[in-house]
Design a protein around this ligand. Structure first.
Ligand SMILES: Cc1ncc(COP(=O)(O)O)c(C=O)c1O
Ligand SMILES: N[C@H](C=O)CCC(=O)O
Length: 430
């Protein structure tokens, strides 16, 4: 049995001064029961808690660390950068370098702005869409999560789904009223909504592969319909690729599908483990941002030199071959999980797109939030804890995604398949 004494004590102390003992709710392990691990350090695909336990890490800071923890080139670039100062509040060539790299990989981002989180990126993109169209209403999908700005905390996934909150208290009614929600992958419902209110809708924001209710791919039919219908009504289409960017594939979901949004939001991998978000898209629309235009956007630490450095060091190492190799590893791992579940006669649905993967204890199919809710979350909670005991660190909620890095080896994958089978055996016996 792993000993969690120090993590437990650290959590008691943290809970005295921070609500729920954490700085972001899904970290708290609340709905799987038990206390969160407090981390000492991490390297490659391994993470070590303060009790000295070692885990193969599939959370990877919720996605950013595609090159693994403390990757040598990222660390040395940061060490050099920090000597030159940590922030200037004035432009540096680093911002242009990272923006050009992003544009090369995601060409629809003709112009872009750097921010410090995915939340800021989506919040700013929504404001821009409202400013550009002169309309207030926006559409999002049930179970999609776009960060914690007021307009987007309606029927959201991630922690909101984990803790069963539909609309956060504190979101003013008029704002929630202007956020229209539709079931994910429901093409008929979105067509109906646009037929009724299309000319009042500023934008549709979507996770083109949902990752905040587990992984659920948006169907080609659904995403194509979003593109066509927004165009027909003068609304903007925003692909929130904060999670899928450089994760679903090197060019995001827009690269995989060939569907081009008007605006894109990025985060996570683009910052290489430091706080970065990006919003960008069509030049004519982005030119509306201050000081070029009148839609206000600002940030004391936007384009921070350390964050830009980590982003550049990360993106400069990515290539197609890495994604092919990571995809093959995830496929192999999920086939192993499925074989194990079948042998134990446990209903299991596995989904992955590129380096994002998840499983549902569910008869299937799982195409939207209602489907996810049919999953056996009590079993998930017990199984999660057993997996942790077996040295595998995964997302502590059915409504989250797991990730792979280039540092995960074939041996790690086989270890994980064996740990999965053992955890299933023990959970069923318990
Ligand atoms: C799709 C998506 N959009 C936006 C966000 C918000 O990003 P952040 O947590 O960096 O504010 C997240 C993750 O939290 C996300 O997964
Ligand atoms: N699902 C969230 C983002 O992807 C998880 C990160 C967080 O909110 O702490």
């Amino acid at each position: 049995m792993k000993d969690y004494t120090k993590s437990k004590a650290a959590f008691v102390e943290a809970s005295k001064i921070m609500p729920g003992g954490v700085n972001s709710p899904v970290r708290a392990f609340k709905n799987v029961g038990g206390d969160p691990l407090f981390i000492d350090h991490a390297k490659g695909d391994h993470i070590y808690d303060i009790d000295g336990n070692k885990y193969i890490d599939y959370v990877l800071s919720w996605g950013p660390l595609i090159l693994g923890h403390a990757e040598d080139n990222v660390v040395s670039a940061l060490q050099k950068a920090v000597e030159k100062g940590t922030s200037y509040g004035a432009p540096t060539p680093l911002e242009t370098t990272l923006a050009e790299m992003v544009q090369k990989l995601v060409p629809s981002m003709e112009m872009m702005r750097m921010v410090s989180s995915g939340t800021e990126a989506t919040m700013s993109a929504i404001r821009l869409a409202r400013g550009w169209t002169g309309r207030d209403k926006i559409v999002k999908f049930i179970g999609n999560y776009h960060g914690h700005s007021d307009s987007l905390l309606v029927d959201a996934g991630s922690g909101m789904a984990t803790f069963g909150i539909n609309t956060s208290p504190g979101v003013p009614d008029p704002l929630a009223y202007d956020t229209l929600t539709v079931a994910y992958n429901d093409t008929a419902a979105i067509k109906k909504l646009f037929a009724e209110q299309g000319d009042e809708i500023a934008c549709v924001i979507v996770e083109p592969v949902a990752g905040n209710m587990g992984v659920i791919p948006g169907t080609k039919e659904f995403l194509t319909a979003l593109r066509d219908i927004t165009k027909a009504h003068g609304s903007l289409l925003i692909f929130d690729e904060v999670m899928t960017g450089f994760r679903a594939g090197l060019h995001g979901v827009q690269g995989l599908t060939g569907i081009t949004p008007d605006l894109t939001t990025l985060g996570k991998v683009v910052g290489g483990g430091l706080p970065v978000g990006v919003f960008g898209g069509r030049k004519d629309i982005m030119s509306d941002i201050t000081p070029a235009g009148k839609v206000y956007h600002a940030g004391t630490l936007s384009g921070n030199p350390l964050a830009m450095t980590a982003g550049i060091a990360t993106l400069s190492q990515l290539n197609e071959e890495m994604y092919t190799a990571m995809d093959a590893k995830v496929t192999h791992m999920l086939e192993g999980f499925k074989r194990s579940a079948d042998a134990h006669k446990v209903p299991l649905v596995v989904h992955h797109v590129g380096t994002m993967w998840s499983y549902f204890f569910n008869e299937g199919p799982v195409n939207n939030f209602d489907d996810v809710q049919k999953s056996d979350v009590k079993f998930f909670a017990k199984f999660f804890k057993q997996l942790l005991q077996n040295g595998i660190y995964t997302a502590p909620s059915q409504y989250e995604t797991n990730f792979l890095s280039v540092k995960h080896t074939d041996e790690d994958i086989d270890t994980t398949i064996a740990a999965f089978d053992d955890a299933l055996t023990k959970t069923l016996k318990a």
